[in-house]
Design a protein around this ligand. Structure first.
Ligand code: UD1
Length: 324
């Protein structure tokens, strides 16, 4: 049986990966320090996986975690542009030092391949769209720098040690279980939960900011493909994982109004430091070499996600009422 180690398994992407790996009949080991991941994301699968509450900064723990593992899906990170602007040191420790620990442990345990959650933020704010992997990176925020440094480490571990690595540049992944409660939460999780609760969302900028929002099921598929794709086509390389179809924040708000039943208007505030204006991917390399195709249409994905948050809120309401 094949064993996958998922770092950041209690995050919304990590926990979706765990469910997909279990569904294909393979074994899952996972690590998380619950800094941003949530125990409830593992509800229903906790007994089916080998879970270890630990930090990727603990090299001993990572050495143990990599023992006997075939594939590492490295998702653990502090995933926020504004948080990295406020706390660049903490961002660097987890995203750069942590990634290096994962690589050293994976190399020493002779795992078959490491797939890394890289970020579209590496491209920065240049005018050329769509973003292609051959373009020079131009990171703006400390977060973008740290995720790009992780990529370079991935590539260097392939070049120096022949550890097979693949980098997937995620473009704004969204879907069920994404945490909406932090000021650093992804915009869709925030907007959906605010609008379902009748709270007024804030759009930073003029609303024309655009993102290539990508459903978590597509990110999961890309990871599983990256593990099995022929080495000569993918290792030591970087691939965009996206849809190729961007949406503005204004349009997103409009669609969410329909889906959530929210009646108000958004509040507008100035752009956040470190923000990129437009982000749209060229996904032809992923299509050609990974066999990846986005399968979830943006509005359909949003509809399913809104439904998931609605169900969670109804359940929380019922539990509260039962407790009274
Ligand atoms: C960036 C990366 C993305 C990465 C993510 C990790 C880019 C282009 N994308 O996402 O690949 O996965 O970091 O966190 O750099 N916004 C609002 N109102 C809010 C919250 C956010 O208008 O309440 C705006 C932001 O200012 C931004 C956009 O929505 O313009 C998206 O923000 P967010 O969801 O935080 O992700 P990015 O920073 O784009």
């Amino acid at each position: 049986m094949t064993t996958y180690l998922i770092t950041g398994i209690a995050g919304f992407i990590g926990s979706a990966l765990a469910r997909a790996v279990l569904a294909q009949g393979d074994k899952v080991r996972g690590v998380d320090n619950f800094s941003t991941g949530r125990p409830e994301n593992l509800d229903g699968i906790r007994d089916l996986i080998d879970f270890r509450e630990t930090d990727i900064l603990d090299l001993d723990a990572m050495n143990h975690a990599c023992c006997g593992v075939d594939y590492v899906l490295h998702q653990a990170a502090i995933a926020s542009v504004p948080k990295s602007v406020l706390e660049p040191l903490g961002n660097n420790r987890t995203n750069v030092d942590g990634t290096l620990n994962v690589l050293v442990a994976a190399r020493d345990a002779r795992v078959k391949r490491v797939v890394y959650a890289a970020s579209s933020s590496a491209y920065g704010d240049g005018p050329i769209q769509p973003k292609h992997e051959d373009m020079s990176p131009d990171p703006i925020s400390p977060y973008a720098v740290s995720k790009l440094a992780g990529e370079y480490y991935m590539v260097s571990f392939y070049r120096c040690y022949r550890l097979e690595t693949v980098c997937l540049r995620y473009f704004n992944i969204f879907g069920p279980r994404q945490d909406p409660t932090s000021p650093y939460s992804g915009v869709l999780a925030k907007f959906i939960s605010q609008m379902l609760s009748g709270e007024r969302p804030t759009i930073f900028g003029d609303g024309e900011t655009s993102r290539d929002f990508t459903h978590v099921d597509d990110a999961v598929r890309a990871n599983l493909l990256a593990c099995k794709a022929p080495a000569e086509q993918v290792v030591g390389r970087v691939f965009n994982v996206a849809t190729g179809c961007p949406t503005t924040l204004k349009d997103t708000f409009r669609v969410l109004k329909k889906l959530t039943g929210y009646c108000g208007d958004p509040r507008y505030e100035s752009e956040r430091a470190g923000d990129v204006k437009h982000s749209r991917a060229d996904i032809s390399n992923a299509e050609k070499h990974l066999g990846y195709k986005p399968g979830v249409d943006f509005e359909q994905g949003l509809k399913k996600t809104v439904q998931w948050y609605r169900t969670q809120m109804e359940r929380a309401g019922q539990e509260l009422a039962a407790g009274d």
